[in-house]
Write a protein that binds this ligand. Sequence first.
Ligand SMILES: NC(=O)c1ccc[n+]([C@@H]2O[C@H](COP(=O)([O-])OP(=O)(O)OC[C@H]3O[C@@H](n4cnc5c(N)ncnc54)[C@H](O)[C@@H]3O)[C@@H](O)[C@H]2O)c1
Length: 259
Amino acid sequence: MPSGSKGTGDKVVIVTGAASGIGAATVRRLADHGYSVVAADLAPEVKEMATADGRISAVVADLTDESANQEMVAKANEQHGRIDAIVLNAGVTTYGSIEGTPIAEFDRVMAVNVRATVLGMQAALPSLRRSGGVISVTCSIQGLHGDPTLWIYSASKGAVVNLVRSVALELGPAGIRVNGVCPGPIAQTGMTAGTEAHHPEIFARVASHIPLQRWGTADEVAAAHLFLLSSASSFMTGSMLTLDGGLTAGTGVYKPGDV
Ligand SMILES: NC(=O)c1ccc[n+]([C@@H]2O[C@H](COP(=O)([O-])OP(=O)(O)OC[C@H]3O[C@@H](n4cnc5c(N)ncnc54)[C@H](O)[C@@H]3O)[C@@H](O)[C@H]2O)c1
């Protein structure tokens, strides 16, 4: 497995949802640590990540589509002759009440967060079986807990958490590791930049609930993906790595100094 050491250049990874936020930070961190990266996203801006030396190449694709996933994998194999890892990170969110939200919105979010994650695994697995590869999925603390108005997102991330666990059990004997990261609130991504810009009071209140008293950064999540792809995590599979500044460590009933 990739050692995580800089400059090896011989490991190939696909990162989905790579045009912004956590995905873009993961592309940069993995490339900095010697991976050749195929960066895939629905947003054409992902092409701006490509480098002239081919270390980072880009694929524009709607990954809710099965053939788009097959084409993404075929491109990685054509370019590099192998795939050692895939980071399944593409995701969307939505807010709304259970009674007031049209089912089409549920279908839209589940298609990206769950269906595209499954399709990415299915497309990459023949290559990962050849390389003894590794899968890392961006889940969420929202897949471990619920919140008002976030029922669709939480249901989708809960599905992905148990997808990771189940597939890890199936693929363990083949030597393929499958893990997830569960970030808490991560600032300045496509999903959250609006909160900071337009709702500073909510942004500050969220930070105040986090024991470390701040939002996380996309690069902190990228570091977790790097770890889960590397031999440093070689005995981890079916695990969730929580990165939330301590937010989900307690019950929330007591604060420091209460008792
Ligand atoms: N930001 C947070 O606080 C946070 C917390 C926990 C988990 N996450 C998860 O992290 C992941 C990345 O989110 P982010 O916060 O960086 O937001 P983001 O909006 O910056 O990144 C999501 C990316 O997914 C891409 N995408 C959406 N639909 C797609 C599709 N059909 N095909 C291909 N690409 C598609 C978007 O174009 C975008 O570039 C998501 O899975 C999200 O659920 C985010």
